[in-house]
Design a binder for this molecule. Structure first.
Ligand code: AMP
Ligand code: MN
Ligand code: MN
Ligand code: MN
Length: 286
């Protein structure tokens, strides 16, 4: 059985590939299952599911939504969601409205800082309805202000930098509940990403989120060290959580991260998918 990748973005949000292109790449890489997990939109899922009939792999409809926890964003992926579920779509609509408001503020800040960039240019590079910072980064690189997208984040767009603006995020309880109501399972995505969070941090978040119905955690991820992966696998076992894993592939919007293999060292075995399907069958409380 091939490996899997349960965290992939299309151009419905901040990835550069269409859902159809993602499936073609997955098939070329002989992946046995991939999940489309766009930020705050399910508008790529229709094409994703339709096109998946051409390939011998499982296509899992999903999404990624950031929620607010103690002044920070925690990312939740929902897998196996019904992308037509009305209450979930309403939540995503609200989240995108808050994105749009934040995006206007970012444009104002960037212009004040002297960058020549307009909202129309940002809308022009985004092909979907969920517009985010990687679209800003793309333009700033194209205009020669920076050399690559990561540099734009590190020097300008990430929290603490001059071009950063927060956006209003939904609360975890509501997001997890709506993922469940749409038939999905909720996972904490990249629990130890982009920070030196440790075991005690992970457990403190889990103590809250498990009560809210969290089903699992992403223990395999492009940037994780072997130690982090193993720590998260142990934590999942301790709390009887499902385990997920994926690359967070964004195509050329995140150079260096490949589907299935991340920066080269990632491999999510098929047994992880089997484990999720097993937990899905035994059900979870909504
Ligand atoms: P947004 O959803 O608009 O706030 O933008 C967040 C997206 O930008 C994430 O989904 C990543 O694709 C990317 N991103 C966020 N933080 C960073 C970072 N520090 N370095 C590189 N990319 C980042
Ligand atoms: Mn992203
Ligand atoms: Mn994320
Ligand atoms: Mn992601």
């Amino acid at each position: 059985m091939g490996n899997i990748d349960l965290h992939v973005h299309s151009n419905a949000s901040d990835g550069s590939c269409t859902p159809a292109e993602l499936l073609k790449i997955a098939s070329e890489k002989q992946l046995a299952a991939i999940a489309l997990t766009d930020h705050d939109t399910v508008s790529g899922i229709e094409e994703f599911l339709r096109e998946s009939a051409r390939y011998d792999l499982d296509a899992v409809p999903g999404l990624e939504v950031s929620v607010l926890y103690k002044d920070s964003a925690i990312h939740i992926t929902g897998l196996f969601i019904d992308h037509k579920n009305q209450p979930l779509m309403e939540l995503l609509g609200e989240v995108r409205e808050n994105r749009d408001k934040r995006n206007e503020l970012i444009i104002g800040k960037l212009q004040e800082l002297g960058y020549e960039i307009t909202l129309d240019e940002v809308l022009g590079v985004a092909s979907g309805e969920s517009i985010g910072r990687p679209h800003f980064a793309k333009i700033l690189v194209e205009k020669g202000y920076f050399s690559y997208p990561q540099e734009v984040f590190d020097k300008c767009l990430k929290k603490g930098m001059s071009g950063y603006c927060p956006r209003m995020l939904p609360d975890p309880e509501r997001a997890i509940k709506l993922i469940h109501e749409a038939g999905g399972m909720a996972f904490w995505a990249h629990p130890v990403h982009r920070a030196d969070e440790n075991l005690s941090y992970v457990e403190s978040v889990l103590n809250v989120f498990i009560k809210l119905g969290l089903d699992g955690i992403e223990a395999y991820y492009s940037t994780f060290t072997r130690e982090q992966q193993e720590m998260l696998l142990r934590v999942a076992e301790k709390y009887n959580l499902a385990v997920s894993g994926g690359s967070d592939f964004h195509g050329e919007n995140m150079p260096g991260v490949e589907m299935g293999s991340g920066f080269g060292g990632l491999a999510v075995p098929f047994s992880i998918y089997g484990g999720i399907l097993g937990k899905r069958k035994t059900g979870h409380s909504t």
